[in-house]
Design a protein around this ligand. Structure first.
Ligand SMILES: Nc1ncnc2c1ncn2[C@@H]1O[C@H](COP(=O)(O)OP(=O)(O)OP(=O)(O)O)[C@@H](O)[C@H]1O
Length: 492
């Protein structure tokens, strides 16, 4: 096999390794564990992050260092772009996941060590110093405590009235309503999980607004803000005030729990959770996966989170999607009385934008914008044109046999003509078999059709190739990893 030039992801892995060594595990995982390499092209490196907060944070603190490390990898890098990942584009699987390798284990947390309670390790102090320095703030204990109580703003749109019920969210909605109604705390914490845009934040904020309106103390924070507040408190030497303040809350809501990183922050979160639950106050947590799958979390936090009621929200079915759209159109009419979407267009959107409430909302917003800016009525044709890219990107990508031949020949440095030829040298036979195997597992094409597309070969030759590669990959981890990487390149 040929010696390949390092790929973008290999450079990125080395940059991350150096960053981890320089910053330490805790600081690294707080800020860089969720950064993905999107593209490395013509001297520009494009990285994506899940939130705007993280983007600003990395830009103001680590841009130069990132540039230095990338330049160490490739001289021609002159620009690093950071973008916030959109809802339509879920996170790329990590190289480990893509290659079928286990995710790296986090170092064992010191949560079980009582000596750590109330103390800060050097990494957290470094992170805290960086936070306050970058934001140019000299928080004192009082500021931090007040800041903690403020929490994130609630969106007045997110109420129970605007939340549409369906089979996929019925249990979550019922549990949220019960918590909002107050009364005895029956399940604590309430843990909601779902992939992006399925209504977790909407439901949490609906509960928060209702409970706040009844005069009780409510704190709604994203895990990222919890992390920021905690490191600020450490820096201002007001960790005690921070803890005390948190424990006076009647209802604590932590959103995007998957972003809670750093052993000391998790430790503090666990103590707060215990204190609130023991004091019969309510906690609601939301994340993009079940507690058992939050592998960045310490075991103790995970088990405490699983101890209440864990409810998943699934992807909406057609009828729920359709109802969400109808509700949104009715709401929009309050601001734009002439706004109208014909029923068949709503059916079309509900049928084709199948992933989440957020995407449905995005689709509708485009129609509204088009309608308002051009004064054109919304028709089927206009909807198809306006939503073309949205609909295409929410459908699974079709992989073509030509794509497979192109990627495989580039990867193994053979030509497409070689793949289709009758040549039987080993350097060509193996890539050809791999390409046939990928054509079988990644496209709906039949064996005879694949045979025809590979120089008119018989279907038994394709079958032999598929079986051979399956058998080799079972005993050869390097080949199995290579196959996964090829699949990932084709899927990107
Ligand atoms: N059942 C629903 N009824 C009404 N609106 C919904 C529903 N589900 C989702 N939405 C809308 O979709 C948008 C995205 O929802 P939300 O922000 O609550 O998702 P999320 O699950 O918290 O996603 P993320 O993990 O990305 O934060 C919101 O505007 C929300 O109002």
């Amino acid at each position: 096999m040929q010696v390949q030039e390092a790929t973008g992801s290999e450079h990125w892995n080395r940059v991350k390794k150096r960053l981890r060594a320089e910053l330490g595990d805790d600081v690294f995982s707080s800020w860089f564990a969720r950064v993905d390499l999107e593209e490395h092209n013509d001297g520009t490196v494009r990285l994506s992050v899940p939130t705007r907060f993280l983007k600003q944070w990395i830009q103001s603190n680590y841009n130069e260092r990132l540039m230095g490390l990338w330049k160490g990898e490739c001289d021609n890098v002159h620009k690093i772009e950071l973008t916030v990942r959109g809802a339509m584009r879920p996170r790329q699987p990590s190289a480990q996941v893509a290659a079928g390798l286990p995710a790296p284990k986090r170092p064992k947390s010191s949560m079980s060590d009582p000596r750590m309670d109330g103390f800060c390790d050097s990494n957290s102090v470094a992170a805290a110093q960086a936070v306050t320095a970058a934001l140019g703030r000299g928080d004192n204990a009082g500021d931090v405590a007040r800041d903690v109580l403020q929490g994130a703003a609630l969106d007045p749109k997110y109420t129970f009235d605007t939340f549409v019920e369906g089979d996929s969210n019925r249990l979550a909605l019922a549990a949220a309503r019960q918590v909002a109604a107050g009364g005895a705390v029956t399940f604590n914490p309430l843990y909601l999980h779902a992939s992006v845009g399925l209504g977790k934040t909407h439901l949490m904020q609906a509960v928060a607004s209702k409970v706040r309106a009844s005069g009780r103390k409510v704190l709604y924070l994203t895990a990222e803000h919890f992390m920021y507040r905690f490191v600020s408190a450490l820096k201002a030497q007001s960790a005690l005030a921070f803890k005390e303040t948190l424990r006076t809350i009647d209802l604590l809501l932590i959103d995007d729990m998957q972003f809670l990183h750093g052993k000391q922050v998790q430790q503090e979160f666990c103590h707060t959770l215990n204190a609130l639950i023991d004091g019969a106050r309510q906690v609601i947590v939301a994340a993009d996966r079940a507690p058992s799958e939050l592998d960045t979390l310490d075991d103790r936090v995970r088990s405490r989170l699983s101890g209440g009621l864990v409810v998943g929200i699934q992807e909406p079915d057609f009828s729920l999607r359709r109802n969400i759209l109808t509700t949104r159109v009715t709401q929009t009419r309050r601001s734009y009385p002439n706004f109208d979407v014909p029923e068949p267009v709503l059916d079309y959107v509900a049928k084709h934008v199948a992933s989440s409430g957020r995407d449905l909302e995005g689709a509708l917003n485009r129609l509204i914008a088009h309608n308002q800016l051009t004064n054109q009525p919304i028709t089927q044709e206009m909807a198809e044109l306006t939503l073309r890219d949205l609909i295409r990107s929410s459908e699974p990508r079709r992989i073509k046999i030509e794509d497979i031949q192109r990627v495989v020949s580039k990867h193994y440095n053979v030509t497409k003509a070689d793949l289709l030829s009758a040549r039987r040298t080993r350097t060509i036979v193996r890539p050809r078999q791999i390409a046939m195997f990928l054509a079988k597992v990644m496209t709906p094409r039949s064996l005879p059709e694949i045979g025809r597309r590979f120089g008119n070969r018989d279907h038994t030759t394709v079958l032999h190739a598929v079986r051979k590669i399956e058998e080799l990959a079972r005993g050869d981890q390097a080949l199995a990893t290579e196959l996964e990487l090829l699949k990932r390149m084709l899927d990107a």
